[in-house]
Design a protein around this ligand. Structure first.
Ligand code: NAP
Length: 304
C-alpha cells in the first residue's frame, strides 16, 4: 500500500515528489509515457527563477528528478491506464502493475493541441512535429512553417532558426498573443517571417511534407506554400481522460479543484496543467505541485 502516488513527471509532479519525499511519504511517481512533461520538450527556459542565464527544459526536469530522488522519491517509467477512485484504497493500474494507494496527486499535465486538418496525422513524424527540441535537427537548411501566435510558437520558432534556412510563422490573426520580449526577438531574427490572417487547411506530401494549403481568415482566399516541415504550437488539451466520470471537470476537460487543490474525492488532489488553464507556466505548475503535496501530507495525517 502506497501513501501517495503522483501521476506525471512534469514540473508539478516532480515538485510534489520533492515535497512529499521530504515529508517522509515515500512517494511513487508514475512518469507517464514521456518523462519530464512539456517543459522537457522545450528549449531555452529563461524565466524559471534561480537560473539567471537560462537553462534547457530537459535539464530543468532532470535536476528536479535528482532532487526528488535524493529525498527518497521512487520513479516508475510507466503510464497509468486506469484508476478506480470509487473505493479506498485507490487503485492505480499501469501497463505493468496495479498499485493501491491512500492518496493520489494528479499531475498529468496537458498535450499539444492538434490542427485537425487532412495530412496532419499522416505526416506526423515525417514533417509534422509538435517538438522543436526533438525534431529541429532534422531540418537543417530546410524551409519550415510554425503555426500559432503564442509564446510557444515564437520561442520554438526562434530555436528552429538554428537549423532551418527560413521559419515562417503562420498566425490566424494579425496580432500575436506572445509577450513583447519574444516578439522583439522574433522580429529581429532575419530568418523569421510572418504570414498574418492565415490558417493551414491541408498538409500535403509524398512520403514527407511538400506543401501546405493556407486559407486567409479575412478574405477566404486559398494559396499554397512550399515547405519541408510544419511545427504546430496552438495550445494544449489537459490529459484527464482517465478521470472521466470520476472527477469533476469543465467542458474542456480541465479538472475542477478547490483553492487547496482538493478534488471532490477525498485524498485526490490535482496539480499543474491538468487543472490550470490560466497561467500555464513551469513555475506555477511547480507551485501547484508543492501545494498538492502539502495538502496530501495533511490528509494522510488526518487518517491516523
Ligand atoms: P497559447 O498562448 O494558448 O497560444 C496558442 C496560439 O495558437 C494562439 O496564438 C492561438 O491564436 C493559436 N491557435 C489556437 N488554436 C488554433 C487553431 N486551431 N489554428 C490556428 N491557430 C490556433 O499557447 P502557447 O503558446 O503554447 O502558450 C501556453 C502558455 O505557456 C502561455 O501561458 C504562454 O505564455 C506560456 N509559455 C511561455 C513561454 C515563455 O514565457 N517564454 C514560452 C512558451 C509558453 P489566438 O491568438 O488567435 O487565440
Amino acid at each position: 500500500m502506497e501513501d501517495v502516488i503522483i501521476i506525471g513527471s512534469g514540473c508539478a509532479g516532480l515538485t510534489a515528489a520533492i515535497y512529499a519525499a521530504r515529508a517522509n511519504l515515500n512517494p511513487l511517481v508514475v512518469t507517464g509515457n514521456e518523462f519530464g512533461g512539456q517543459i522537457a520538450t522545450t528549449t531555452e527556459v529563461e524565466n524559471y527563477p534561480g537560473f539567471p542565464n537560462g537553462l534547457q527544459g530537459p535539464e530543468l526536469t532532470e535536476q528536479m528528478k535528482l532532487q526528488a530522488e535524493r529525498f527518497g522519491a521512487r520513479l516508475e517509467y510507466d503510464a497509468v491506464v486506469e484508476v478506480d477512485l470509487t473505493h479506498k484504497p485507490i487503485a492505480v493500474k499501469t501497463y505493468s502493475a496495479t498499485y493501491e494507494t491512500k492518496s493520489l496527486i494528479v499531475a498529468s499535465g496537458a498535450t499539444p493541441r492538434k490542427l485537425g486538418v487532412p495530412g496532419e496525422l499522416e505526416f506526423t513524424g515525417r514533417g509534422v512535429s509538435y517538438c522543436a527540441t526533438c525534431d529541429g535537427f532534422f531540418f537543417k537548411g530546410k524551409e519550415l512553417l510554425v503555426v500559432g501566435g503564442g509564446d510557444s510558437a515564437l520561442q520554438e520558432g526562434l530555436f528552429l532558426t538554428k537549423f532551418a534556412s527560413r521559419v515562417t510563422v503562420v498566425h490566424r490573426r494579425d496580432q500575436l498573443r506572445a509577450g513583447p520580449a519574444l516578439i522583439d526577438k522574433a522580429q529581429c531574427n532575419e530568418k523569421m517571417s510572418f504570414l498574418w490572417n492565415k490558417v493551414v487547411t491541408h498538409i500535403n506530401g509524398d512520403g514527407a511534407v511538400k506543401n501546405v494549403v493556407l486559407q486567409d481568415t479575412v478574405t477566404g482566399d486559398r494559396s499554397e506554400a512550399k515547405v519541408d516541415g510544419v511545427f504546430v504550437y496552438i495550445g494544449h488539451l489537459p490529459n484527464t481522460a482517465l478521470f472521466q466520470g470520476q472527477l469533476e471537470m469543465d467542458h474542456e476537460g480541465y479538472l475542477i479543484v478547490d483553492p487547496f487543490l482538493h478534488t471532490r474525492v477525498p485524498g485526490v488532489f490535482a496539480a499543474g496543467e491538468a487543472h490550470d488553464k490560466h497561467f500555464r507556466q513551469a513555475i506555477v505548475s511547480a507551485g501547484f505541485g508543492c501545494m498538492a503535496a502539502l495538502e496530501t501530507e495533511k490528509y494522510l495525517a488526518s487518517l491516523d
